[in-house]
Design a protein around this ligand. Structure first.
Ligand code: ADP
Ligand code: MG
Length: 490
């Protein structure tokens, strides 16, 4: 995978031409984000800037890419099963709720609505399973190891599709300096935006017609106020309308009380044009972390949505299934077998890195020792999404001491994946930076299942490559650590 001559180094004239082609393509094809307020004032929200993107697609082993995509339907089915297994998930989450207040708040809403009875017939998941290539030494066969599995607000599918088109355009148009690997044939077309929209459409169709004759049904996107990554989400909305003729609306959790009511547990939304529509699918691009619930109002809104008949993407149960604790439990020998067919176990298990609880079980006691004696090999993770929450390597012992032993079971300890060295050029605000990079592949999955856990739709749905400078431990694009990238398969 490492190649001394990749990416190529153009002449100053060639580089200026490439960068101008790159920027113009991004700006004219909606490969954009709203700038941070610290970067430029944007009072009317009318200014966009090119998203941080890799100038060249990053070299990625084809075998790893194929394997990660192949295993996705099996992963979808495992997580649909976990989300449908009240007993197993309930036990796991109630132990987490004792040490993690956000998990407790989510679980309380879940229990409340469950006691009243769920009325939705289906659950929808737009998942993303994240991987890094594990290749400790150049003679090892590269394999993918899973970083985490996302069950809520899996982002960047919209932009990832645009990036693959951008890189293919730069190769096809002759903007790249000639290089034998840097050709469009090695840069696959990424269908993430349309496939994720297909998933929303499948949910919408399964929901059926509105109760009131003549009333329209529509998809409701739950978004963060002042979302800077809105264009990524808009691409799903545009695909939904263009490919399926389905309308979507965007609201934040704090707007839910003033814009929606339940009529016989059907969710009725009043659009900004004062039309009433019945919501078929509630698609959460917010609500994954404590910051999305600044007041009790947002929690009430979440419960109101959960009580509705609308298909939630995801339900609270599905969101809880995405806890890192679930990922760790699935790695315990024998557990995966509860959630998938025998023939799928090996494929999934092959993507697991070593991952431990930090509780007082025998396995947890082993992990506590590892965390203090060999922290350099590990990352410590709480039950949080969205980046910036992990504790790495040498910082682990002091961190554990600082929080006190009674809180340790809220964390999992994971072996660090060791990707091979690679080089890349990240462009952020028009500034190109060349250096060592680490890539993380995300594979999207779409799953629709009924209350018995039976899958009606189960598809792999494209991918995302994110790249960060190798000196950065976290890789969040929105958080400012990395960029959206594409693969150049080798
Ligand atoms: P989050 O829910 O915050 O996205 P992740 O588990 O994805 O949490 O971790 C955030 C980042 O930390 C990842 O994108 C990756 O760059 C790095 N990371 C996480 N786990 C590992 C690991 N086992 N080995 C190496 N890097 C990791
Ligand atoms: Mg992540």
């Amino acid at each position: 995978m490492s190649s001394t001559s990749y990416p190529p180094e153009p002449t100053p004239k060639g580089f200026a031409h490439l960068l101008s082609a790159f920027n113009d393509y991004s700006l004219s094809h909606g490969l954009t984000v709203r700038p941070a307020p610290s970067f430029v004032e944007n009072p009317k929200n009318a200014i966009a800037t090119a998203a941080p993107v890799s100038l060249y697609p990053t070299l990625f082993p084809r075998s790893c890419f194929d394997n990660a995509r192949r295993v996705q339907p099996a992963y979808n089915s495992v997580y649909a099963s976990v989300a449908s297994d009240d007993v197993w998930l309930g036990e796991l989450v109630s132990s987490l709720a004792a040490v993690d207040s956000f998990m407790k708040q989510l679980y309380d809403v879940y229990l409340d609505v469950k006691s009243e009875g769920f009325v939705h017939e289906y659950s929808l998941g737009l998942f993303r399973s994240d991987y890094m290539v594990h290749q400790p030494t150049p003679t090892d066969e590269p394999i993918v190891h899973q970083v985490e599995f996302n069950t809520i607000a899996s982002s960047f599918g919209g932009l990832a599709s645009r990036v693959s088109e951008l890189h293919r355009f730069l190769a096809l148009s002759g903007a790249y300096p000639p290089h034998p690997q840097l050709i469009a044939d090695n840069i696959p077309v990424n269908p993430a935006a349309s496939k994720l929209a297909d998933g929303l459409a499948a949910g919408h169709k399964a929901y059926g017609p509105a109760a009131l004759e003549g009333r329209e049904t529509a998809v409701l996107f739950i978004v963060q106020p002042n979302e800077r990554n809105a264009f990524d989400q808009r691409w799903l909305e545009y695909n939904l309308l263009e490919n399926h003729g389905i309308r979507a609306y965007r609201v934040s959790l704090d707007e839910i009380p003033s814009t929606t009511v339940l009529e016989d547990r059907r969710l009725i939304y009043t659009t900004p044009q004062d039309t009433k529509v019945e919501v078929s699918v509630v698609y959460f691009r917010a609500g994954y972390g404590p910051d999305d619930y600044p007041t009790e109002k947002e929690w009430e809104a979440r419960k109101h949505l959960e009580r509705s008949r609308a298909i939630k993407c995801p339900t609270i149960a599905t969101q809880l299934a995405g806890a890192k604790k679930v990922q760790q439990e699935l790695a315990v020998p024998g557990v995966l077998e509860r959630f998938c067919a025998k023939e799928e176990v090996a494929g999934i298990r092959g993507t697991f890195a070593a991952i431990y609880p930090l509780d007082s079980t025998p396995q947890g006691m082993v992990a506590r020792k590892l965390a203090f004696e060999q922290p350099e090999k590990y990352v410590l993770k709480p039950q949080r999404e969205g980046g910036g929450n992990n504790v790495y390597r040498g910082k682990i012992p002091r961190f554990l001491q600082s929080i006190g032993e009674d809180k340790w079971s809220a964390y999992i300890l994971m072996e660090l994946i060791e990707p091979p060295p690679a080089k890349g050029v990240i462009v952020r605000h028009g500034e190109a930076m060349r250096g060592e990079v680490i890539a993380e592949l995300g594979v999207y999955g779409v799953a629709l299942w009924d209350m018995k856990g039976e899958l009606k739709v189960n598809n792999e749905a494209g991918w995302l490559l994110r790249t960060k400078g190798s000196d950065s431990e976290e890789g969040g694009v929105a958080a400012g650590f990395g960029c959206v990238d594409g693969v150049c398969l080798v």
